[in-house]
Design a protein around this ligand. Structure first.
Ligand code: HEC
Ligand code: HEC
Length: 288
């Protein structure tokens, strides 16, 4: 197999990182640009005209589901300030972090197939609600009917005007997993890229989430957040090679985890996946 050797442009990552910088200021400024763009789209009259009665009925049904299953954590106002408050505490390298329920009023989502800074698809929300989010206490709701899950998705969208002002972008295309993923050559290339692309800064040389930047990281809500510890088991967004690739292609919005879309060539991405799997090897996949 002939695999081209590509040099890695680390300045591109720097630009990306500052673009996705995790401050509310940046997020708002970015949001505003998009709102303006969308307003234009609406003026031109491209916005779809949904059947309003059906929508209202679905939102009402979704509110019932929400008030039964979600409100205790995500709160009456969808701001993540439900009665349960702090619901997950973890300790890593002596640093304690708390994971709070998502604040839906920000309209910002971590686990998407769509590009950084954009809204998730309904399928993304369905996956999160169905599977839950490991290591965060967000439970699986696979026992709810599909209609109930669809309705609650419609309801949580009412908490943020991003959903009426912005379009959902198409998912980032991720091809089939190449055969070389997991080969020793790919792992070696991936290890180099893990350093060059700056993963090591946050995730650490041993992959334990203890890189030099890790003690300082905060999410967009100002709460301390730690990079993933690859030796600790399952990822929040799924543990297949494709899930890992998706994580750094899309970035996790609202967290310091940047998007590398357009920065890494596909082969470089899959080589990094090989190295991530290597870091995870031997670790038991965490039970949900
Ligand atoms: C026991 C508390 C709890 C309950 C109950 C709960 N959640 Fe969550 N949820 C969380 C936490 C915590 C997070 C944040 C996880 C993280 O950021 O790692 C979250 C995150 C989310 C996200 C954001 C995913 C993303 O991509 O950022 C969605 C959507 C969501 N929950 C929907 C729901 C819905 C709908 C229900 C009810 C059917 C529900 N949750 C019930 C705790 C809960
Ligand atoms: C600026 C710091 C930073 C950099 C650079 C960074 N990450 Fe992350 N990464 C994070 C944080 C913080 C999280 C945890 C997010 C959370 O738990 O919500 C994370 C989470 C992850 C996850 C777990 C996702 C999940 O579903 O649980 C993977 C995989 C990952 N990063 C891979 C990478 C790779 C590969 C690179 C380099 C190409 C990289 N990261 C660069 C900060 C960073």
């Amino acid at each position: 197999m002939t695999e081209p050797t590509r040099s890695f442009d680390s300045s591109a990552v720097q630009r990306r990182e500052s673009q996705g910088a995790s401050t509310l200021g940046v997020a708002t400024a970015r949001g505003r640009g998009c709102f303006a763009a969308l307003a234009l789209v609406c003026l031109v009259g491209l916005a779809p005209a949904p059947s309003q009665a059906d929508d209202a009925a679905q939102v009402a049904a979704g509110k019932k589901v929400y008030d039964t299953y979600c409100v205790v954590c995500h709160g009456v106002n969808g701001d993540g300030k439900g009665l349960m408050g702090v619901i997950h505490r973890a300790q890593q390298s002596g640093i304690v972090v708390y994971t709070y329920p998502r604040d839906f009023t920000a309209g910002m989502y971590k686990f998407r197939t769509t590009p950084t800074g954009s809204l998730p698809t309904d399928a993304d929300l369905m996956r999160t609600i169905t599977n839950g989010i490991p290591r965060s206490a967000m439970p699986s709701h696979k026992d709810l009917s599909v209609e109930e899950r669809e309705a609650v998705i419609a309801y949580i969208k009412t908490f943020s005007k991003r959903w009426t002002e912005q379009e959902v972008m198409a998912p980032i295309a991720i091809g089939a997993v190449p055969d070389y993923v997991g080969s020793s050559e790919s792992i070696a290339r991936g290890k180099q890229l893990y350093d060059d692309a700056g993963c090591v800064e946050c995730h650490g040389a041993s992959g334990q989430g203890d890189g030099p930047s890790s003690p300082e990281l905060k999410d967009n809500w100002g709460d301390k957040i730690l990079p993933f510890d690859f030796t600790s088991g399952g990822l929040k967004g799924g543990t297949s090679p494709t899930d890992i690739y998706r994580t750094f292609a899309t970035g996790l919005d609202g967290t310091p985890m940047p998007s590398y879309e357009g920065v890494l060539e596909p082969q470089q991405g899959w080589d990094i996946v090989s190295y991530c799997l290597e870091l995870m090897a031997g670790a038991q996949v965490a039970q949900r």
